[in-house]
Design a protein around this ligand. Structure first.
Ligand code: COA
Length: 324
């Protein structure tokens, strides 16, 4: 029986940085409000780079770090809500760019839980014996879906890409436990990118809704209520203690959400990785970007048990307990 070992981590942030000061010149806000309410100081935004272009940079890094060749990749999964096209999917664009000619490739849409869902799917292909090397990406150009005149949301969202190579291993315990949920009935509390049906057959008089619309308080309480429960659930499923967990890597939505999670779980905040101050909320990209940062800082050690936890649009949420 094979398990899922993560053998490479990589991320890419577009070079254009937008500070809170710069946003204060665009909408009625200020650095102090943004930092104290969200934890964000600055964010990266694309000046034309698409999700697939950012992912190709990540993919090149993953291949060179792992020593795995593009032909050895069996599957490419991209979690994103901002693909370059509806078709071809982003994963196929990456496949072409890197020459992963033996892979099959598809995108997944689960907003800020996207990377968790995608890693869960990769794990099943690995456990079934069907795939040996799987590239899993989370990547977004949320700036394209952000209303830059809405101060309640434009302060949060940002762009970036991250990815891992998940490999079949007989040595590593890999994905030990997981807990995945969706609650479609609350989905309209966070929407974005509505398709507008306006054709010769149908004259649409509804307002176009390309941008994020969010009930911030509802999302905040949804996250602080459900995510700690999900983390407790996988710790219980795995039969381990909270002290056995080396790190919790949460979706970077708001540092106050992470602080509330730590408090509810009665775990030290130092166990929770936070890099939102420099990334903002990059939806599906935030967890793989965080992992790449942690790896780069030497924080991830072989044998560590870590928990990844994502939550957001759908509404969706989920947690994974991984042994590295
Ligand atoms: N700058 C200054 N003031 C702002 C502001 C901004 N950027 N945005 C909102 N305000 C004002 C509001 O108008 C309101 O003013 P009022 O009291 O005069 O009506 C006040 O600040 C408080 O607004 P509120 O919406 O209650 O703030 P909040 O503490 O809930 O923080 C969010 C707002 C969006 C930061 C917070 O709700 C949040 O992070 N929610 C989760 C969102 C999220 O994570 N979404 C993605 C999910 S993956």
């Amino acid at each position: 029986m094979y398990n899922t070992k993560i053998v490479a981590f990589e991320s890419y942030l577009p070079p254009r940085v937008v500070t809170n000061e710069e946003l204060s010149g665009m909408v009625d806000t200020n650095d102090e409000w943004i930092r104290t309410r969200t934890g964000v100081s600055e964010r990266h935004v694309s000046v034309g780079e698409t999700v697939s272009e950012m992912c190709v940079k990540v993919a090149d890094g993953l291949l060179s770090k792992s020593g795995i060749s593009a032909e050895e990749i069996d599957l490419i999964i991209v979690a994103t809500i901002t693909p370059d096209f509806a078709t071809p999917n982003t994963a196929c664009l990456i496949q072409k760019a890197i020459g992963a000619k033996n892979a099959f490739a598809f995108d997944m849409s689960a907003a800020c839980s996207g990377f968790i869902y995608a890693l869960s799917v990769a794990d099943k292909y690995i456990k079934s014996g069907m795939c040996k090397n799987v590239m899993v990406f989370g990547a977004e150009v949320l700036s394209a879906m952000t209303d830059w005149s809405d101060r309640s949301s434009c302060i949060l969202f940002a762009d970036g890409a991250g990815g891992v190579i998940a490999q079949a291993s007989e040595q590593c315990a890999g994905l030990i436990a997981e807990d995945l949920h969706s609650k479609g009935e609350d989905g309209l509390k966070l929407t974005g990118g509505a398709i507008c049906i306006d054709t010769p057959f149908f004259d649409n008089d509804k307002e176009k809704q390309p941008y994020f619309k969010m009930d911030g308080r509802a999302i905040f309480s949804f996250a602080t209520r459900n995510v700690p429960r999900s983390i407790e659930c996988i710790i219980e499923k795995a039969g381990i203690a909270k002290t056995d967990i080396a790190h919790i890597v949460p979706h970077q939505a708001n540092s106050r959400i992470v602080e509330a999670m730590a408090k509810k779980l009665d775990m030290p905040i130092e166990k929770f990785f936070i890099n939102i101050q420099k990334t903002g909320n990059t939806s599906a990209a935030s967890i793989p970007i965080a992992l790449a940062d942690m790896y780069g800082e030497g924080r991830l050690k072989t044998g560590d048990k870590i928990i990844l936890t994502g939550f957001g649009g759908g509404l969706t949420w989920g947690s994974i307990l991984l042994e590295l």
